[in-house]
Every structure is written in C-alpha cells, then in structure tokens.
Design a protein around this ligand. Structure first.
Ligand code: P70
Length: 460
C-alpha cells in the first residue's frame, strides 16, 4: 500500500439526499423478506449502498446544466453530435454509435462477429458480456494471468492477459475458431484490476499475427489509464488523454458502459476505429434493437450529460481523488485485519471471503453469507462475486469460483471519507466474529443470471 497524505474530495455538496440506517431488528426482517439476497433489498432499507458503481454516480453541476440543454429530436439531435465529436476525439475512433447501456452495445456488436461454436477469448469476461457471447452462440474463454487469482500477491497489473497462454490457445484452437479477443479494462471480475499498456499492445500484436480481431470492453477506461500513468514505466509524464488514445489505438472496436467512467446514470457506446462496412452494418442492426443511430436508446439530455462526463473523467484531479477513496478504504480495512484483493483496483475493494470464512465451502456461498452479515451489522449493501454469481454447469452441478469475493463498490462522487471510515469499522466488526458465521443455501433460482433474483436461507 502506498504512503499518502490526506486528500479531501475535490468537490463540495450542493444538494443532499438523506440516507437512514434502519434499526437492527428491521434489518433482520428486511433481509429475510429479500430472501437473503441483497439484490432484493429496497434501497430505502440500505444505509450505504455499495452494490455497484454502475449508474450510481453523482453528476456535476456542469452535467446538470448540459442536461437542461439536451436536444430531444428523434433524428439528428445536436446532443448526439456533441457526444460523437467528444468521443471521436477522446478515443481516436472515427465511428461512434450510442446504445442504452453496455449490454445494449454488446447485443448489437457481438452477433455480427460470432459464428455459433466459435470462442471469444479475453483476459476475463464480465458476466453480462459472457451472457451476450453465449446468446450469440459463442463460448467465452478467460486467459487472465493466474496471478489474478492470488489475492495477496502484489503486482501492478493483475488484469493482464497471460501472453503465453494466449498464443498457445490460438494455435491449439485455430484462429478460424475464434470470433475475436476482447480486453476488459479494468478487469472487473478479478477485482477491478488494471491492464498494462505493454499487455494491451502485446495482445493486439499476437492477435494481428494470427488474424484474430481485437476489441475492448472499455467500461472503466479512465481508471485503467490512471493506473498506467501511476504504475507503468514511461507514462508518468503523459496526459491521461494521450494514454487513452494509445490504449485504444491497439484495438479495432469497443463496447462501453457509460454508467461507469462516463459519469452518467444511463448510457453506452460502440466505437469502431475505421471500418466503414462494420459501421454501416452496426447502424442498421442498431435501429430495431436500440433505436435510431443518433440516439440509440439514450435521451438527448443523457447524451449531453455524457459528453460532459467524458471530459470530466479524464482529469488528473478527478482520477486521483477517485482512486484515493478506494485506497483509503483499503488502508482502513487492512488496519482492521480484513483481507482483500491487493493491490486494490479503481472502483471497489474486493474482500477475500475464502480467507475470512475458511470454514464455509464454496457450495455454501461464503461471499454471499459475508455480504448478508455486513448488511446486518451496518446497513451496508455489498455484492457477491464468487460461486453464487458463477452458477452451475450444463448438468446442473454448482461450479467452484477460483475467487470468493465481496465487492464493496464505491459509486463515483457520492460518499465521503467519513462514510468509508464507517464501512471499514463495520467490516472489521464482522471480521471479529467471522468464525460464528454460517453458510447459506439456495431455495429458489432462475435458470440464467440467477444471482439477481435467487432466494436463499442461512444454514443452521
Ligand atoms: C458492475 C456492473 C457492468 C459491466 C461491466 C463490464 C466490464 C460490461 C458491463 C455491462 C453490473 C452489475 C454487477 C453487480 C451489481 C450491479 C450491476 N457492470 N462490462 O457493477 O454494462 O451494466 O451498462 O449493461 O462491469 O460491475 P451495463
């Protein structure tokens, strides 16, 4: 962990949204009603909501002002052209296509490239990305370096793809059986871990050598660029913008959930570097799925706010404060003896439930049990990233996740250091009674993406 001096948030509060902590007995009842699945809690039952950093951020006064200037024209909205030119300039891509959110972008782009039975390779696919690859008939394959699975191993870029594995996988499988490679920045499922520039470049070169297309899942592109600036030799004096330009120069297309580093509550983008044919085709697929190409599922005002968000997110001042909050929480958790994926990434601290609850086997969902205890202790809502999220194989057998993580996801510009102090104190208290915590079992589950709506019950 780096030594740091105290860094106050670079903003002040202009409007407040009250939050309330329910009394302990009401939290017990709320969790029971929610089927021991924090996704089913009402937000009014949550004191500090760390479920996700997606669409939960606070917009700036400049973004709210832009919202009022949104052009709601169905076709040719001036808000779209503002967004298009901002994104073209930022990413260095010729073609920008709006979508309602990241998975909207995925469902438009992916099926164009995937033939049934082909693989889609990458460092580590996020779960909606996996779902869209599978829906298009593809097979998602993760080739992240194995150090991502060791939560105590210090390495600056634990989101890197294993280059030896990448090469041997392409050779073994045959390039014709691979639809494309997609690099997820930052690597969410491994703990928001960044990918180095050297690795992005090398993945792109290997793909090029074998004729495999190389794309980016770019949800947290600015946080990734910040880590390159801070951790990778040769980038300390480069601007975030020029780092972003270089990162995207190595890929041919991207999907982007604007709900993260776009600093807006809803929105997404597809970027195509220079292939006119892909662009024309993508636009025609967009119309029935997401909408006309100058709105693609977004309101004019949301596109206007996103154009401003893309400018704010690339400032050093914003990114420094963003990453500082995560590091601050990590430092306080470390002081309380709570183990987590280290070093921390850009959007969350991922607690290591395997280490905290070694007595609970994966099929009793230790990370889900820990999420529930954190809610009961202090009204904080984390999310499970482990075997409960992973699900079952085709024969119905529960899969074992290599990592059992509890994600304390920090929304952008929403909470202050004092909220994070509280979060650390609550997690430390739960840690102290960890040996008394019991596993949990599923009582109802839907067949796909079960973690959103499943119901569970604590084991006695
Ligand atoms: C998250 C959310 C979304 C996401 C992502 C990457 C790398 C694409 C998408 C899809 C989803 C989530 C998870 C748990 C609780 C709530 C929400 N990630 N690629 O929090 O984008 O959501 O806009 O369709 O991380 O990590 P979109």
């Amino acid at each position: 962990m780096t030594n740091f001096t105290f860094l106050p948030e670079p903003y002040r509060i202009k409007m407040v949204e009250p939050i309330h902590l329910l009394p302990p007995q009401e939290r017990v009842e709320a969790l029971r009603r929610a089927g021991y699945n924090p996704f089913s809690l009402r937000s009014s039952e949550v004191y500090i909501d760390l479920l996700t950093d997606s669409g939960t951020g606070a917009m700036s006064d400049r973004q709210w002002a832009a919202l009022m200037m949104g052009d709601e024209s169905y076709a040719g909205s001036s808000s779209f052209y503002q967004l298009e030119s901002t994104a073209q300039e930022l990413f260095g891509y010729q073609y920008i296509i709006p979508a309602h959110q990241g998975r909207g972008a995925e469902q438009v782009l992916f099926p164009q490239f995937i033939k049934p039975g082909q693989d889609v390779i990458g460092n580590m696919h996020f779960d909606t990305t996996m779902a869209h690859i599978s829906l298009a008939g593809g097979i998602p394959v993760n080739l992240v370096h194995e150090r991502a699975y060791d939560t105590q191993l210090e390495h600056p870029f634990k989101g890197d793809t294993d280059l030896d594995q990448l090469r041997s996988y392409i050779v073994k499988r045959g390039a014709e059986n691979i639809a494309f490679c997609i690099i997820t920045i930052t690597c969410n499922s491994a703990g928001g871990q960044p990918v180095s520039m050297a690795n992005i470049k090398a993945v792109s070169e290997i793909c090029q050598e074998y004729g495999v297309l190389c794309f980016m899942d770019a949800a947290r592109f600015a946080e990734n660029a910040y880590f390159i600036k801070k951790r990778e030799a040769g980038y300390a004096h480069q601007s975030i913008k020029s780092i972003i330009r270089e990162m995207f120069s190595y890929t041919q297309a991207f999907t982007l959930s604007a709900k993260k580093d776009g600093l807006v509550n809803i929105g997404g983008l597809i970027g195509i570097k220079d292939n006119r044919e892909w662009y024309e085709h993508t636009r025609s697929v967009l119309v029935p799925l997401e909408g006309f190409p100058t709105y693609g599922g977004m309101a004019g005002r949301d596109m206007a706010a996103l154009a401003v968000g893309l400018q704010e997110v690339v400032t050093d001042e914003y990114l420094e404060a963003r990453v500082y909050q995560i590091e601050y929480l990590a430092t306080r958790l470390q002081a309380g003896g709570v183990p987590f994926q280290s070093p921390v990434g850009g959007h969350a601290v991922f607690l290591d439930a395997k280490k905290i609850l070694p007595h609970i086997p994966f099929h009793q969902y230790p990370a889900q049990a820990l999420c529930n205890e954190i809610y009961l202790e202090g009204g904080i809502r984390p999310v499970e990233i482990g075997s409960f999220l992973l699900g079952r194989d085709a024969t119905g057998v529960q899969l074992e996740s290599p990592l059992e993580l509890v994600r304390l996801t920090i929304p952008r510009r929403v909470y202050t250091i004092s909220h994070l102090e509280y979060v650390a104190a609550i997690c430390t208290k739960v840690m102290q009674r960890a040996s008394d915590i019991k596993g949990i079992k599923i009582t109802y589950e839907p067949p796909v993406l079960r973690h959103f709506t499943a119901r569970l019950e604590p084991l006695s």
